[in-house]
Design a binder for this molecule. Structure first.
Ligand code: ADP
Ligand code: ZN
Length: 809
């Protein structure tokens, strides 16, 4: 009997178990390959995660087809996704789904396939239908569309039901290279011969000159690129084609290099002494080829990026590859350009606004080893870089590394560390304001600390706190008189200003001056924000919007007033205050579209505006040498958010935004307007004193046993019936308490957003000893769910329970 005749298959559903199938002898199956198997009454795509010879005690079904010739995931990625499956308590298939691009994951298309020979019993029309299906390799959707009416519809149903045609679920493959028009010389055309034979007057013709220039170029070139040149127009090109000298071909376009700047590896910088010391420690670990993790703590502008670049270069010299994670690629065009400058085509850029095809392409370049460095946000941690030597996590504290929805709710920083461990690679976590988790990990000797305390160019900006209490009667619009004067001064000196306004549309709402009513979102328990330009009310949680009311819903009064201010309103007030200044706004509204952010960024950098107003996103990773004044208009909104991390967030936000000033020769000043000048986050941010801040913050956390002194797991319960959510949440907490004791569990209680998209939301959380590892978490949660299953209330299946390990709210 053949061994290895069974395979465990993972599916991208919430069910956490894998399913065992039989492997027919003729199939060549390895772990990491996708298969096509019967599942319940249908077929589905799954991933073979284990192949073995342990016969289960139920009757197994055979695998129908293997979809890949070679594994789409290697052993390490299989192990890494398995770890995610246990640690973040999702299904293995969900973790695999997150790690693979469309085209290689589980997304599929239902196709029809004729399986029985033509039967004499079939009618003429039915035979025709079978013929059509066979010759057109139709999807189920196409067939249903084509035969959607009357007798046709019945016929299709019949041949499906009687098994003449079967529904196959095939991997979706609309990710082929996109082809565009290129020009090349026609075969056996010799341009110099042609040009020599022309008369003088012919040679003066524009289209002949265009040909002469083409003859000098490296062909083929895309039509679009040529149109940028003066001589080339559709007319001149078509005219040359008419002569038969050139021809057009449709070829795949390669790469996104165009936006990445120039490849000039000779411009790599010589490291400063501090940078060199940090680099040498990393190099030493790289040379040992063993796992090690570093926290590179360096003030903003201290040259962390240069250290990453040197370390990556070393990894490449060792013949290994690297990963660079950045918070959000659209927000860090400069960072990408700096890596591109040194590494050129060795880099594959992955970003959230790429098309499926572009992503698939980048993935293939890495998997084939053609490119050896991946740079991208969260999901780039799964990039199939070959032989990883180094993983960099820039701005390691950034909350965008945590995925919230859908499952897996992973933190890319922690996955990066685990992947490094599995690859015998080195992780470098970099930040000017590391998260408390990483700071504590240094204390626990899990990470080694590398410190950059100096800026190679420029100085640290001064930070001045403006107590709003003292300026109540000295305001110019949203600015204290002090900040107003500073902005004016900068404008007079032809310098640039950044004004940070925390949160898009925050607190801009309509209020009735008669009865005080504020319009509420019908889809979440929050106020609607008012967007003046479009005159709409918008719910930022559910996306609900409607035309702004002209009468109060409650008392019918027409006396409605706009209250608070959003970025738009601040923009208008600033324009009024500085009528001669050119003002730009950067927030989620103005940066939609593929290059929205880049455009605003380029415009401001090139001096196309004097004042940039924005939300948090202006604080991220940008570098504007001419900015000398940065104002934080409303520092307190972050502190108002109900989370034990709000102090940490506040400190990070202030430090990052302060880091935007004074990066070049000109000194920078930062002004923070606040009602709470004595808050530790604000006090210590003023003196750039991260150490004092983190000491105070960690002491508080330890006292309350908050992370990093515990591991927090948040459970969220969702359902469209309030009563059910509450009953299930309570029953679940009973199960938790039975396992963990009465004191280990908080909740349940309604979430901060109690109601969203028609769903009631409740929450509970537990704090585990931080020594809990993946298998311990899995065991515990398995026990809790088993217990809950035996005692769950009626209707519990209607309630969704999300598990969020190491939740970041
Ligand atoms: P960080 O990543 O720590 O915020 P950057 O790497 O962006 O800092 O460096 C800040 C500025 O200093 C950049 O303009 C960078 O080009 C410059 N810089 C960094 N290291 C050096 C160096 N060794 N020599 C010259 N300039 C440097
Ligand atoms: Zn009213």
């Amino acid at each position: 009997m053949k061994s290895n005749q069974f395979a465990d298959i993972a599916f991208p559903t919430a069910v956490r178990r894998v399913f065992t199938y039989e492997v027919p002898a003729e199939l060549n199956l390895q772990p990491g390959m996708r298969v096509w198997v019967p599942l319940r009454s249908e077929f589905a795509i799954g991933m073979a995660v284990r192949i073995h010879d342990q016969k289960p005690d139920f009757k197994t079904k055979p695998i129908r087809r293997v979809l890949d010739d070679e594994p789409v995931m290697n052993d390490i990625m299989m192990k890494l996704t398995e770890w995610i499956h246990r640690f973040y308590y999702c299904s293995w298939g969900e973790a695999i789904q997150a790690a693979l691009p469309v085209g290689l994951n589980f997304s599929s298309e239902k196709r029809l396939q004729v399986v029985k020979g033509i039967d004499a019993a079939l009618s003429h029309q039915e035979k025709e239908m079978l013929d059509d299906i066979e010759s057109a390799s139709m999807t189920l959707k196409e067939a249903q569309k084509r035969w959607r009416e009357g007798a046709d519809k019945k016929r299709l149903k019949k041949i499906l039901k009687e098994g003449f045609v079967e529904i196959w679920e095939e991997p979706r493959q609309n990710v082929n290279y996109k082809k565009v028009k290129h020009w090349q010389l026609s075969e056996s055309v010799n341009p110099s011969v042609i040009l020599n034979e022309l008369t003088e007057s012919d040679r003066n013709k524009k289209w002949v000159q265009a040909f002469a220039e083409l003859a000098e170029m490296e062909l083929p070139v895309t039509h679009q690129t040529l149109l940028k040149g003066k001589l080339f127009t559709s007319y001149t090109l078509n005219r040359v084609e008419e002569e038969g000298w050139i021809e057009s071909v449709d070829l795949p376009v390669k790469g996104l290099e165009a936006d990445n700047g120039l490849h000039q590896p000779e411009l790599i910088k010589t490291l400063s002494d501090q940078q060199q010391t940090a680099f040498e420690e990393i190099r030493e670990s790289l040379d040992k080829k063993e796992f090690k993790s570093f926290l590179l703590f360096g003030v903003t502008g201290s040259g962390k990026t240069e250290v990453y670049i040197h370390a990556l270069k070393h990894a490449l010299e060792q013949g290994r590859g690297g990963l660079v994670l950045v918070p959000e690629i659209a927000l860090t065009p400069q960072t990408v350009q700096r890596f591109y400058q040194i590494f050129g085509d060795q880099i594959a850029v992955l970003h959230s606004r790429m098309s499926e095809r572009e992503r698939f392409e980048a993935w293939q370049h890495l998997k084939s080893g053609e490119r050896r460095i991946a740079i991208g946000p969260r999901s780039a941690v799964f990039a199939p870089v070959q032989d990883v030597g180094l993983i960099v996590v820039d701005e390691e504290h950034d909350t965008s590394y945590k995925q919230y929805d859908p499952s897996p709710r992973y933190n890319a920083r922690d996955v990066a560390i685990m992947r490094s461990y599995m690859e015998n690679a080195v992780t470098v976590l970099g930040s000017a304001t590391p998260g408390m988790v990483s700071v504590q990990a240094v204390k626990d000797e899990k990470h080694s600390l590398l410190h950059l305390s100096l800026r190679p160019t420029g100085t640290m900006p001064t930070v001045q706190i403006l107590n709003m209490l003292e300026y109540k009667s000295a305001m110019k619009g949203p600015l204290t008189i002090e900040l107003f004067n500073e902005v004016k001064g900068a404008l007079n000196r032809k310098e640039q200003v950044i004004l940070l306004f925390n949160r898009r549309g925050f607190a801009s709402y309509l209020q009735c001056e008669n009865c005080g009513h504020i319009p509420q979102s019908p889809e979440s328990s929050t106020s609607l924000t008012y967007h003046k330009k479009k005159n709409i009310l918008l719910c930022h949680y559910s996306g609900y919007s409607r035309r702004a009311d002209s009468k109060c819903e409650m008392c019918q009064s027409t006396n409605l007033k706009t209250k608070g201010s959003g970025t738009q309103q601040v923009e208008e007030e600033i324009i009024e205050l500085f009528p001669d200044a050119r003002v730009l706004r950067m927030d989620r509204d103005t940066t939609s579209g593929k290059h929205g952010h880049q455009k605003i960024y380029d415009q401001f950098l090139s001096g196309g505006a004097d004042i940039l107003i924005g939300t948090q996103i202006v604080a991220k990773g940008l570098n504007f040498p001419n900015v000398t004044v940065v104002g934080v208009i409303n520092a307190d909104t972050e502190l108002a958010f109900p989370s034990f991390r709000s102090g940490e967030r506040m400190f990070q936000l202030l430090s990052q935004v302060a880091g935007r000033a004074g990066r070049a020769e000109k000194p920078g000043k930062v002004f923070v307007q606040t009602w709470k000048p004595d808050h530790p986050a604000i006090k210590h941010a003023r003196t750039h004193d991260f150490k004092s801040f983190s000491r105070a913050e960690l002491a508080d956390r330890e006292m309350l046993q908050f992370p990093p002194f515990s591991r927090m797991i948040v459970f969220q319960f969702k359902c469209n019936y309030e009563g059910k959510v509450q009953r299930v949440a309570e029953a679940f907490c009973e199960a938790l308490r039975a396992e963990l004791g009465v004191n280990g569990v908080s909740g349940p209680s309604p979430s901060v957003i109690e109601w969203m998209n028609g769903q009631y939301q409740w929450e509970a959380n537990i704090k585990l000893n931080k020594a809990y590892r993946a298998t311990a978490i899995e065991d515990l949660l398995n026990r809790v769910f088993d217990r809950f299953d035996t005692s769950k209330p009626k209707g519990a299946s209607a309630v969704r329970i999300n598990v969020d390990v190491d939740a970041v709210e």
